[in-house]
Ligand binder design. Structure first.
Ligand SMILES: [Zn+2]
Length: 532
């Protein structure tokens, strides 16, 4: 199913640059060779801290050396990062719904499980449940779902998602655990239950549940802990959610119907309490980011850095699906890591004088909650103020011809605007995020650069609504995303990958050479984090 590059795409590129001789730097083939290495079964899905990810990183370092890049970590090309790994001892743990003297056990497999992504300490408590809609406080939109609700000593139950009056970037921001917990804790809550929104579940419950006890990982350093005081966090299956609403005068069906269309949700006390006994075991884990530098040529601007980032980790070995237990992560994010390596080689083969320096950053632990980038953005290996932009590449999905490019952050900065211009110059239509429910803006590594004030974008191959490609992408998420079948045996469109690389390359080169560094737009919510 692989498609070799044809004259058609070269012609398109030439036309797209309005008569200029288009530099065609990429053919998709060298990129795919890197993907094949990174997604090989022998790397066992590149889990954070595993032998497999070490092999991937050693390969990356070899490629960076071959390309003549300079080490830019704290130990050569590496930046070691200390983690803790957390796992629920399910045999010793239990969740029980209590109402009117009756109790009903919650099945971890079928109903809801304890999330160690959010809580790291064992706890024993019984607390009443309160439904708080989407569980959001968004001051910019005068939305406060905790106003007038008594949450003191209680567990907040909410539907994942956001009301339509909250724009997607803002909604994504306030759904991060740090922001959400700040608001919930201020309201007096001691725990939370997130009910997945059936309208935005990328992965079906059966697949989530089967991997629920894969250890969660967090940065070891306490400066990064964002949910201190949260005693219990539960992820709940929407198909079982009616039992939370029994006796409340409301049904989950009613809530889900409103949540599907981002309508406002009611807030009310539920009839039950949750009795929770969670036993969580923590063990230390080590891994590293990989950082390489291409020095700029301008005496002053070479002290500024444009970051090209991707995550090299994936989720490792998991529950077998169709007899396969290796979650290869070919697209997620073998594709982005391979692009970074391909760019290093390409820039060696065709050196362009870049004024600013470029950092080639392969972060770890993205799948654990953007932890490698969180660490790097807080402790960069170059001066923090010197980082002027992040172009992040994660699972750009060249599974169909590239006609539409989705750009997260398109309306937030001059970098977003320029990305759109570059796409147009190649005959590709740029679009903003049409799927705000999926929270993509906070779901990859650009987010921590944004939180540290750095204008950022992430782009991927997209589709026109209602086109046959729409179904192709939906099916990909349902069947291959975070599944063993995201491997190198899937169909890939090398022309599409090559064109994506071409656009990203032009954006990188333009940003490195631009007269002024990218700036946040005045009306962007994220401008508040700008430091320059
Ligand atoms: Zn992923």
């Amino acid at each position: 199913m692989r498609i070799a590059i044809t004259a058609v795409v070269l012609f398109t590129l030439a036309v797209g640059t309005s008569g200029q001789q288009a530099a065609t730097h990429f053919d998709g083939k060298t990129w795919w060779e890197h993907v094949k290495f990174l997604a090989d079964d022998s790397l066992e899905g590149r889990d954070t801290g595993s032998e497999g990810i070490k092999k991937a990183q050693a390969y990356a370092v070899e490629q960076f050396k071959k390309a003549g890049l300079t080490p830019a970590g704290t130990e050569g090309f590496y930046q070691p990062v200390a983690f803790m790994q957390y796992q629920v001892d399910e045999a010793k743990s239990s969740l029980t719904l209590m109402a009117n003297g009756k109790s009903e056990a919650i099945s971890f497999a079928d109903d809801g499980f304890i999330s160690t992504r959010l809580t790291h300490k064992s706890a024993e408590l019984t607390a009443p449940l309160v439904f708080v809609g989407y569980g959001l406080r968004v001051p910019e939109r005068n939305l406060d779902e905790f106003a007038g609700v008594d949450l003191k000593g209680k567990i907040a139950v909410y539907l994942a998602g956001s009301p339509e009056e909250v724009p997607s970037s803002l909604a994504a921001h306030y759904q991060t655990i740090g922001e959400r917990w700040k608001a919930l804790q201020a309201a007096g809550a001691v725990g939370l239950i997130t009910i997945y929104n059936p309208a935005s579940m990328d992965i079906p419950w059966a697949r989530i549940s089967v991997n629920r006890n894969h250890p969660a990982v967090d940065l070891a350093d306490a400066e990064f802990h964002e949910a201190e005081g949260l005693q219990i966090a539960v992820a709940f299956n929407p198909a079982s959610a009616e039992k939370l609403f029994a006796g409340s005068g409301h049904t989950f069906a009613e809530i889900a119907a409103l949540g599907k269309d981002r309508k406002p949700l009611p807030h009310f006390a539920l009839a039950s309490s949750l009795k929770a006994n969670s036993v969580i075991v923590g063990t230390p884990l080590k891994c590293q980011n990989v950082v390489a530098k291409l020095e700029g040529s301008d005496p002053a601007l070479k002290n500024e850095f444009v970051v090209l980032s991707a995550h090299v980790d994936h989720v490792g070995i998991g529950a077998p699906i169709g007899g396969d237990k290796i979650y290869n992560g070919a697209m997620d994010d073998g594709s982005g890591a391979a692009l970074v390596l391909d760019f290093a080689a390409e820039m060696k083969a065709h050196p362009e004088k870049l004024k600013r320096s470029v950092l080639f950053l392969l972060v770890t632990a993205e799948e654990k909650g953007l932890l490698g980038s969180k660490y790097f953005a807080a402790h960069p290996t170059v001066a923090a103020k010197a980082i002027v932009a992040d172009i992040n590449v994660d699972m750009f999905l060249p599974i169909a011809p590239l006609k539409v490019l989705r750009i997260q952050g398109i309306a937030d900065s001059s970098l977003g605007e320029h990305a759109a211009e570059v796409a147009r110059s190649f005959g590709v239509k740029p679009v903003a995020d049409p799927e705000p429910l999926r929270n993509l803006f906070i779901r990859s590594d650009q987010y921590y650069f944004i939180r540290h004030g750095v204008p950022s974008v992430i782009m991927d191959v997209f589709f026109e609504p209602g086109s046959p490609e729409q179904k192709l992408f939906k099916d990909w998420l349902t069947n291959r995303y975070h599944a063993p079948s995201d491997d190198v045996n899937q169909p890939v469109d090398l022309n599409s990958a090559a064109l994506y690389e071409e656009i990203t390359h032009k954006l990188l080169v333009d940003t490195a050479n631009g007269g002024s560094a990218p700036k946040w737009n005045a009306d962007s919510f994220f401008k508040r984090y700008a430091t320059n």
